[in-house]
Each structure stands twice: as C-alpha cells, then as structure tokens.
Design a protein around this ligand. Structure first.
Ligand SMILES: Cc1cc2nc3c(=O)[nH]c(=O)nc-3n(C[C@H](O)[C@H](O)[C@H](O)COP(=O)(O)O)c2cc1C
Length: 225
C-alpha cells in the first residue's frame, strides 16, 4: 500500500538553487537540499531534468543554495518555483552576488547561502541528484525563521509544481467534490486552489487587484474547477 498522505509527514526546507555565471544564470525553488556528509561537508540536491537550471549546473559544474525565510514574498516563490528561466531572466531585478566560482547567489529573502562544486551526478529517472562539495557558507540573518515546506503548505496554502520530486497529483489524493453552493478555482500558473467554502468569500467578489497567494498571478489566471 502507498498512502500518499504519509509522504507529507517528511519535513523539508525551501531554497533557491542557482547556477550559471556572470553572463547568464538561473534558479529554481527546491525543497530537496540535504547534507550528505559532515567531513568533508557534502550536500545533495534533486533537480528535474526539465528544469532550465539543470542545464547550467551540467555546464558549469557549480550551484548555490539560498535558504529562504518564512515570509518570502509569493512573487519570489512564483518567479522561481512556477516559471521557467527559458521565458525570461529570473535573476533580473533581484539582489544577486557572485561566488568564488562566479555562480550567482540570490540574496533576497535569504537567511544564509552556500556555494558548491559538483563532485558526482546520480541518475534518478525524471531527476538528477547533484552531489556538491561545500566551497563556502555564509549566515546572513540569525533572527528570522527559515521557510519550511510544511509552513508553506499549511499556513501559506502553497503547492509544489510539477517538476518537484514531491509533487502529488491532487486528483489522486482526493476526488474534488463539487459543491452545489460553493465553487473552486484553480490558478493556471501554480495550481493553487481557491476554495470559496474555506475562504468564505465568493471568487467573483474578490477585487480585480487580488493575486494568487502562492505565485502572485492575476485573478484572470484562475479557471473554475
Ligand atoms: C514548493 C516547491 C518545491 C519544489 N522543489 C523542487 C525540487 O526539489 N526539485 C526540482 O527539480 N524542482 C522543484 N520545484 C519545481 C521548480 O522550482 C520549477 O519547476 C521551476 O519553475 C524550474 O525553473 P527553471 O526551469 O527556470 O529551472 C519545486 C517547486 C515548488 C513550488
């Protein structure tokens, strides 16, 4: 038996993983960053083969990890977690510094960052596991709390996008129950569901300036489920 809800009991953090160099870089939201060994300090990330960022990591052999703070704006989560760097330069307008290897590092909403050089790549079907040797790690903010995947899901109503290794097709988890009096609306960009019954406000009554709490998309990007 595979009980999908059991998988939600595994805890994760949320990060921006970046790669590239000073001429062009890119990044994506990741919840799969973990330390593999202490001595030497090595870390692993699990990156979809479809992510544009994967191309940069393969090409440059370096990546950075920025640890996101709990109140990271939805705009940043939307930009890095639901949109592709193939369509626009995600780093434009962001506060970015370059590491010892010239890898871009996002500083916005970051509590700490790390820089790695890839020492091994493991094939994992839809994903690649990049194992990196730690080059440097810097603490930027001691006081703020990091954003956990659980907080993102439960408090901020966030969802994972399709390339996330932990993505679960909601239709498999629970059949969407149509209610006679309440409707649900799905964000076409990130998949967030606006549930009228839960929110106690009709979708039609929300102002036009209302945006998706997860990815910041416009109200017009929602369709009725
Ligand atoms: C909460 C969340 C967690 C995610 N975790 C991962 C992850 O661990 N690995 C991954 O490859 N993609 C993950 N993604 C998906 C990527 O962030 C997403 O596909 C992104 O748009 C890829 O950007 P790129 O194509 O510009 O590299 C996650 C997305 C979200 C919203």
């Amino acid at each position: 038996m595979i009980e999908l809800e059991a998988l939600f009991k595994i805890t994760y953090g949320l990060f921006i993983v970046c790669s590239g160099d000073k001429s062009r870089g890119n990044g994506y939201i990741s919840n799969t960053v973990f330390q593999v060994t202490a001595d030497p300090p090595q870390f692993a990330i699990c990156c979809s083969k479809n992510n544009f960022t994967a191309e940069f990591i393969k090409k440059t052999g370096v990546f950075s990890v920025s640890v996101l703070e709990q109140e990271t704006p939805s705009e940043i989560l939307g930009r890095f977690g639901f949109k592709s760097g193939r369509d626009f330069n995600k780093l434009e307008g962001m506060s970015v510094k370059y590491g010892e290897t010239n890898v871009p590092i996002v500083l916005d909403s970051s509590l700490a960052y790390m820089e790695f050089s890839v020492i091994n790549t493991v094939e994992a079907g839809t994903h690649l596991i990049f194992i990196g040797k730690l080059i440097q790690s810097v603490l930027l903010d001691k006081a703020k709390e990091p954003l956990t995947y659980q907080y993102y899901r439960q408090v901020r109503n966030g969802t994972a996008s399709k390339n996330a290794p932990t993505y679960i097709d909601k239709s498999k988890l629970e059949a969407v129950k149509a209610s006679e009096s309440f409707e649900k609306y799905r964000c076409m960009c990130c998949g967030f569901i606006y549930n009228e019954e839960k929110e106690k406000i009709r979708f039609s009554e929300l102002p036009d300036s209302w945006t998706c709490p997860v990815c910041g998309s416009d109200k017009s990007d929602f369709i009725e489920v």
